[in-house]
Design a protein. Structure first.
Length: 247
């Protein structure tokens, strides 16, 4: 059992809650889309059982992820994946990302849609939470249970804050980079002596991981913005030429 009086325990809980909020906003959208065609009387049931099933499946997946992270080199792979997830978080979202989520007219269909969609979308969440939990399934369950009402009922507020204050997204990407960096240097494949030679290696790797995610994410976002601007200018020029020919 973890030490409930330990600041490390509560820091890990806060990290798990932050991860669930940042990476769980999509889940609230999926729930809404899957239940939108249900009769009013069945929507709350669809939401409850869909979330219950999705959370149960996620805890099982994270449990297996915790076991796998004890295997040499998998923490290195997991850390690199967290860098990629953090960079992806910093990049602008695809507005049509949920276009393939179909609404269902039956309660069972809506529940299945929520569970399947959550399983497909939860790889990033599973890896990040497993890394933040440091091998404790108690931490995983506690953090997810606390974050359920925030994700389901507070998602609109969270998404509004993210839209209004982009720094929240950047900080979230940095948090994933921080966890990923610390994860890399704790892989069983790395010799213990190496960690002893570099003072505060875990904190140093975490800080470098956070910096890497933010810098690369912002750079890719600026390139993406420039590419979109160029395409828009070319389209506008082509339209002007076409209008000139017609005139």
């Amino acid at each position: 059992m973890p030490d409930l009086a330990s600041p490390t325990f509560w820091l890990a809980v806060l990290q798990i809650i932050a991860i669930d909020i940042l990476l769980g906003g999509d889940n609230a959208v999926v729930i809404a889309l899957a239940c939108r065609k249900l009769p009013e009387a069945q929507r709350n049931k669809g939401i409850f059982w869909g979330v219950f099933g999705a959370i149960g499946l996620r805890i099982v997946l994270i449990y297996f992820a915790l076991q796998l992270l004890a295997v040499p080199y998998l923490k290195i792979i997991g850390g690199l994946l967290l860098f990629w997830i953090g960079i992806k978080l910093v990049l602008p979202e695809d507005e049509d990302a949920h276009g393939n989520v179909q609404g269902n007219t039956t309660l069972t269909g809506a529940i299945k849609t929520i569970i399947v969609a959550d399983a497909v979308m939860s790889l990033d969440n599973v890896i990040a939470v497993a890394a933040a939990a440091h091998g404790s399934i108690v931490l995983v369950i506690f953090g997810i249970v606390v974050s359920i009402p925030i994700v389901v009922w507070g998602s609109k507020l969270v998404l509004t804050l993210m839209d209004r204050f982009p720094v929240v997204i950047t900080a979230g990407g940095g948090l994933l980079g921080w966890i990923g960096g610390g994860m890399l240097v704790t892989d069983p494949a790395l010799p213990e002596r190496w960690r002893e030679v570099v003072p505060h290696s875990a904190y140093l790797a975490s800080a470098l991981g956070a910096l890497l995610v933010i810098v690369v994410g912002k750079w890719l976002a600026s390139r993406q913005h420039q590419a979109h601007t160029t395409v828009e200018l070319i389209s506008a020029d082509a339209e002007s030429i076409e209008k000139g020919k017609q005139g």
